[in-house]
Design a protein around this ligand. Sequence first.
Ligand code: HEC
Length: 210
Amino acid sequence: MNTDSHRKELLRKLSRNLMVSVPVMTVVAMAGMSAVSENGLGLIPSAEAAQGEAEGEAKGEAEGEAKGEAEGEAEGEGEAEGEGEAEGTSEAMKEAVQRPEGYEPYDGDTESLARKGEALFSDTSLSSNGLSCATCHTNGAGYADTFSKEYPHFVAMGKSDFGMDKVHLDEMVQICMVAPMAAEPLEWDSEELAALTEYMRIEQEKFQKR
Ligand code: HEC
């Protein structure tokens, strides 16, 4: 279990790494997220890239990516640098978004959870950067093809940024909370997490029928 100070330290680390990945993702979001399903990702420079490279350089990469260039670059470069440190960071990242031991999700009425989840989906106050889930995911946008698979499954961002081989849907909500939304993960037993997870389940059904 995480102590509070452990969590604070972890989140401090995360937000430092995310200073780079968030602008990149925003650029991609604006570009219509068309890159996502094509290459299974590569749009989030990994934590190591943030540490190894000057920020100016990372911005250059973001621009290149938005234009559909240099897509493999961010990843390749990240891997070449600072691997020792990266491992520790990714372990901490994983801990923030992985189901805790003895996890018992909030148990509520499915319909009211779905309604609350829908409202939270467009709530920018969940993030620290002015984004809401809807900024990237309105009308089924912004998902890779993996979203149509039954959970738990492999998600590129889960692997590249959090070192997870498979993610559950509630873990995916936490991943997007921590990475693109640059926020703390939601409390595991909170109604908010249950609500967003239920709403995403409905979004997934729509996505599967596309
Ligand atoms: C800045 C853009 C951005 C924001 C904001 C964002 N996401 Fe995502 N989300 C992504 C990207 C990019 C992917 C694709 C990741 C991948 O496939 O590796 C994704 C994928 C997902 C997936 C599907 C993963 C799969 O393939 O199974 C879910 C579910 C999801 N996001 C939920 C959310 C929720 C809930 C929020 C709000 C709390 C949110 N996202 C906010 C960018 C964003």
